[in-house]
Design a protein around this ligand. Structure first.
Ligand code: ADP
Length: 217
């Protein structure tokens, strides 16, 4: 089972730490602020007060033995960078870092961060997509030009199979799943029919997803 270390216990870090712990994973949570550490003490495997820019402190805590590190030191750019650098030098295999902006994210990638996340930006985009189109229930970006959307099946789609809809050849998108009530049908086949009220989870380039969003209108 993977072991996680979460560094920086603000809103983001503490949410990551408690969710992992609730799902049964071993979590070491680190913050330099004693109150933040205290607040999580009962919810994770270990919660420790330490400065994440102090290499010796991280070594003593055995951080190098963890599979994944999540770094979320808020807006302290230099601490975020220094901590990431130390974790990679200690050979932590997978380091995910929360970045406040793109420039900062680029620096983090250059020094070895395996994944950079921008939760505020991504959540903003998700909410905006939900607001713009009434049939878009959710949007997730997974690369700068690519995303996944969940849409309510347009009237024009109802009663047709995926083959008949030809979404792949016409729009260059893939239907990854069909949600019907509580049921989730992953990787539907060409002969699967779209029914009224179905929600389609569709992956593709953003411009193609825009066409799908407007398909029914
Ligand atoms: P969020 O946007 O996730 O709420 P915050 O800025 O509130 O982020 O939280 C960042 C956390 O990182 C704070 O709890 C702060 O104490 C912690 N932090 C900042 N610098 C360090 C450091 N050098 N070592 C450990 N924790 C740190």
């Amino acid at each position: 089972m993977k072991q996680f270390v979460v560094i920086g216990l603000g809103r983001f870090g503490s949410s990551v730490a408690t969710t992992l712990a609730e799902n049964g994973y071993d979590v070491l949570a680190i913050d330099k602020n004693a109150d933040r550490v205290q607040a999580l003490a009962d919810q994770v495997t270990h919660a420790v007060e330490a400065d994440a820019t102090d290499e010796d402190a991280l070594k003593t805590l055995g951080v190098r033995n963890f599979d994944v590190a999540v770094v979320s030191i808020g807006d302290d750019v230099s601490a975020n960078i220094l901590c990431t650098l130390i974790l990679k030098e200690l050979n932590v295999p997978y380091v995910i870092v929360k970045a406040p902006d793109k420039l900062h994210g680029k620096v983090l990638t250059k020094i070895g961060a395996d994944r950079v996340v921008y939760p505020e930006r991504d959540m903003g985009a998700r909410i905006a997509h939900n607001l713009i189109s009434s049939n878009v229930l959710d949007y997730i970006e997974f690369a700068p030009d690519y995303g996944v959307i969940e849409i309510i099946a347009a009237d024009k789609m109802v009663g047709k199979t995926l083959k008949e809809l030809e979404l792949r050849s016409r729009f260059n998108v893939n239907v990854m799943a069909i949600k019907r009530g509580e049921d989730l049908h992953i990787s539907p086949g060409a002969d699967d029919k779209v029914l009224e009220g179905d929600r389609l989870v569709v992956m593709g380039k953003n411009e193609s997803l825009d066409q799908i969003k407007n398909y029914g209108s």
